[in-house]
Write a protein that binds this ligand. Structure first.
Ligand SMILES: *Cc1c(COP(=O)(O)O)cnc(C)c1O
Length: 218
């Protein structure tokens, strides 16, 4: 399967859902190909790799109206670079990070769009704001001037069986519905190659797909 064929199949399955092409570990050529085949959002999970690619792709992305998103854990010492290059940071996972982003964004007169990452499985090893703290977290960061929360994102616990993931997507949708009016949230980013169809059934409006687009042996 070519990238083009993969994209055609995925688009026919996801309808209006926003598609984020996850380009970590992919080459510049693969990224160009995906954009030429219609991808409008690409995402990286490591700042250093993203920075190198951004340097090479900057004009191309701009010319094609492609957004550049960050989806990995952002270390505070990488915030400066991240705020310079990303249109959206989907992985805001702590108040400390929010404060750093706010400060950097203000210093360059930017309003940084972000999603709040929720640790929906309450997993020790995963980053994210807990379900319990979300309401207070939103209350605080919504007062920031140079950081704009536009939605929620999650990485669910891993299960071989997608049906076991479904309850986590449902819970995310409930959280999203509870806050969307008060905080004008637009995006619910959930679902990856393995489970984006289940995520969409449960209300996702933004899926992040890597392998499904770029793996050719399918
Ligand atoms: C890698 C990654 C994806 C995409 O995973 P695939 O299984 O390749 O679709 C989505 N979200 C995040 C946060 C990732 O790190």
């Amino acid at each position: 399967m070519t990238i083009k064929e993969n994209l055609k199949r995925i688009h026919s399955q996801i309808g209006n859902t926003a598609l984020v092409a996850v380009t970590k570990n992919r080459t510049i050529e693969e990224i160009r190909e995906a954009v030429n085949d219609g991808v409008k959002i690409i995402a990286e999970n490591r700042v250093q790799e993203a920075e190198q690619k951004h340097r090479q792709l900057r004009e191309f992305l701009k010319g094609n109206n492609v957004e550049f998103h960050f989806i990995g854990h952002l270390q505070t010492n990488k915030v400066k670079k991240a705020v310079e290059i990303f249109d959206m940071i989907q992985s805001l996972d702590s108040l400390k990070l929010a404060k750093k982003i706010e400060k950097r964004a203000r210093s360059i007169n930017k309003v940084q769009r972000v999603l709040v990452q929720i640790n929906i499985g309450e997993e020790q090893q995963k980053y994210g704001v807990s379900v319990e703290r979300l309401s207070d977290f939103l209350k605080i960061v919504s007062k920031f001037t140079n950081l704009k929360v536009q939605g929620l994102m999650c990485i669910t616990p891993y299960f071989e069986d997608n049906e076991k993931t479904r309850p986590y997507f449902k819970k995310m949708k409930e959280l999203f519905n509870k806050s969307k009016e008060d905080y004008k949230l637009s995006f619910l980013s959930m679902g990856m190659t393995k489970d984006y169809r289940v995520a969409i059934q449960e209300g996702s409006n933004m899926v992040r797909v890597g392998g499904g687009i770029f793996n050719r042996e399918r």
